[in-house]
Design a protein around this ligand. Structure first.
Ligand code: BTN
Length: 269
């Protein structure tokens, strides 16, 4: 890929130029630098901004990951964005949005780069055993009604996480795997198109077909894993992910356990 011919400058105009969606990314809020796109998106969602709005930045000063971790990124090199959904789903079904988002990221990386991107439950994307992308979903409730959902996606595109002491051995980027830079907007455009199409799919009742595809890209299904939850450690074979997004783990006694959230360790894979 020749980056001189395809400049990689993020702006509302450059993003909207190649869009093939009718909702996701039609409204773009580009911020050169921000605290966290999830925090910004949440503020906008609370103020009533439309579904499909994309909040995107070149630099996060307080990028957040799951379990209050920090999301490391390199200014101007990665994809850091949040999408606002206003889904007609029950609160128990919000896992469906993270499922379609992780599927879209994995499929877009596979289609556009040829890299073997796989999904590690609940919604991390891995290439050759190293993390390339993470997703942080946050919902806004009004009583028992789901008012909005923010899906925040971080993808290491052209950074070199191997140089970052906190994550060096566990993370990779698309450019590290390809050996050359990759245009961020190309990847973003495909992700938005896939998310929109999968979202329409779940609205039409096609969730099971999407989950089937997600299962085929799962890094952990049928493998021995260790899952660290808050305060507990579980070992066993990852059987599947059920309809509600729980990981079904079969332990050595043959007991099935449904795990709502946790960190799956790759060390036993
Ligand atoms: C994780 O793997 O723990 C989830 C990481 C999610 C990072 C993205 S980057 C864009 C958005 N804004 C944030 O502060 N976090 C998410």
């Amino acid at each position: 890929m020749n980056n001189q011919l395809s400049p990689d400058t993020l702006s509302a105009e450059s993003i909207k130029e190649g869009l093939v969606t009718s909702c996701f990314g039609q409204k773009v809020l580009y911020l050169p630098s921000t605290h966290s796109t999830n925090v910004e998106a949440k503020k906008r969602a609370q103020a009533g901004i439309a579904e499909g709005t994309l909040v995107i930045t070149d630099n996060q000063t307080h990028g957040r990951g799951r379990f209050d971790r920090t999301w490391w990124s390199s200014p101007g090199k990665d994809l850091l964005f949040s999408l606002i959904f206003r889904p007609l789903l029950k609160a128990s079904q919000t896992f469906r949005l993270t499922l379609i988002s992780s599927l879209a990221v994995a499929e877009a990386i596979r289609q556009e780069t040829g890299l073997d991107a796989l999904i590690k439950w609940p919604n991390d994307i891995y290439i050759k055993g190293k993390k390339v992308s993470g997703i942080l979903s946050e919902s806004g409730m009004q009583g028992d009604h789901l008012e909005y959902m923010i899906v925040g996606i971080g993808i290491n595109v052209n950074s070199t996480p191997s140089k970052h002491p906190a994550i060096e051995e566990r993370a990779t980027s698309i450019s590290m795997e390809l050996g050359e830079n990759f245009p961020r907007i190309t990847l973003l455009t495909v992700i938005l198109a896939l998310i929109e199409s999968y979202y329409r799919g779940i609205q039409k009742g096609d969730f099971h077909a999407l989950k089937k595809r997600w299962d085929t890209l799962s890094l952990i299904n049928h493998k021995k894993v260790m899952v660290q939850t808050r305060g507990c450690r579980h070992e066993g074979t990852a059987e599947s992910v059920d309809e509600d997004g729980f990981l079904v783990l079969l332990d050595h006694t043959g007991t099935k356990r449904r795990i709502v959230s946790g960190d799956v360790s790759l060390s036993l894979l």
